[in-house]
Design a protein around this ligand. Structure first.
Ligand code: NDP
Length: 251
């Protein structure tokens, strides 16, 4: 590992680390040497075992981010169990699909609370710790729908546009405190979240045909971008939203 990408001795919180993109990112950070606090509703047992096998410390932190109640505890437990906090990856997220004419308040609130509100308040809790130590790296998981409209996903699109805006605002507010705040915008990545689309033969073909790379992304495809944004290699990168999408947005 080139030294600028080395995360040895650093500690990362990754939310939604039990599966999909969160697991891919957690394991890439662990491979680069970071200790992992794997946060989520389901226990991230597999992620933690795989991270430990890579020679780092890893702990499960149980928390439901549909409310902001656990954000302070997540930071405190991470520091207590792993000895510090240097990196935050806000990855936990949900999607609800329905026509905008029929969209319910419940589906609106559930998505905004998990994807946007908890992201902000976990940034705040981690940001206080990072500001006090004079350094930190925050990576928010945005989406192609931070830039595009989409169809039948109004609360998701609003949440991910919000995440993009928030990333830029926090980058401006906290740059002078030594905190880098950036985002990754994944393209179509094969996870539980997208299982329905993958299973729909017609939709799946349309998607793959439109992706310049000609394939779905894999959670491991996000690892390099996460290690870059978590490492000293990105010390002068602020408020950037890095698309990892096989060229989808470039088209
Ligand atoms: P998955 O459904 O595989 O993973 C979502 C993760 O979020 C799970 O670990 C889930 O764990 C966790 N999570 C959901 N709700 C909560 C909650 N209330 N509290 C704590 N954890 C929660 O999906 P992906 O890996 O695809 O999604 C990860 C992120 O990437 C999301 O923010 C998503 O919007 C984003 N994204 C995904 C894309 C894709 O194509 N897959 C494209 C663009 C963005 P559990 O349910 O056990 O709590």
């Amino acid at each position: 590992m080139t030294k600028i990408f080395d995360l040895t001795g650093r500690t990362a919180i990754v939310t939604g680390a039990n599966t999909g993109i969160g697991q891919g990112i957690a394991l890439a950070l662990a491979e680069a040497g970071a200790n992992i606090a794997a946060v989520g509703r389901s226990a991230a047992t597999e992620t933690v075992e795989k991270a430990r096998a890579l020679g780092v410390k890893a702990e499960i932190i149980s928390a439901d981010l549909s409310s902001i109640e656990p954000v302070g505890r997540i930071v405190d437990e991470t520091v207590e169990k792993l000895g510090g906090l240097d990196i935050l990856v806000n990855n936990a997220g949900i999607i609800r699909r329905n026509d905008s004419l029929d969209f319910t308040e419940e589906d609106w609130d559930a998505v905004i609370d998990t994807n946007l509100k908890s992201t902000f308040f976990l940034c705040q809790a981690a940001g206080r710790h990072m500001a006090a130590q004079g350094r930190g790296k925050i990576i928010n998981i945005a989406s192609m729908l931070s830039f595009q409209g989409g169809i039948r996903v109004p609360s998701y699109t609003a949440s991910k546009s919000g995440v993009a805006g928030l990333t830029k605002l926090l980058a401006c507010e906290w740059a002078a405190k030594g905190i880098n705040v950036n985002a990754i915008a994944p393209g179509y990545i094969a996870t539980n979240n997208t299982a329905q689309l993958q299973a729909d033969e017609t939709r799946n073909r349309q998607i793959v045909e439109r992706i310049p790379a000609g394939r779905w992304g894999d959670p491991a495809d996000l690892g390099g971008a996460a290690v870059f944004l978590a490492s000293s290699a990105s010390d002068y990168v602020q408020g950037h939203i890095l698309a990892v999408d096989g060229g989808w947005l470039a088209r």
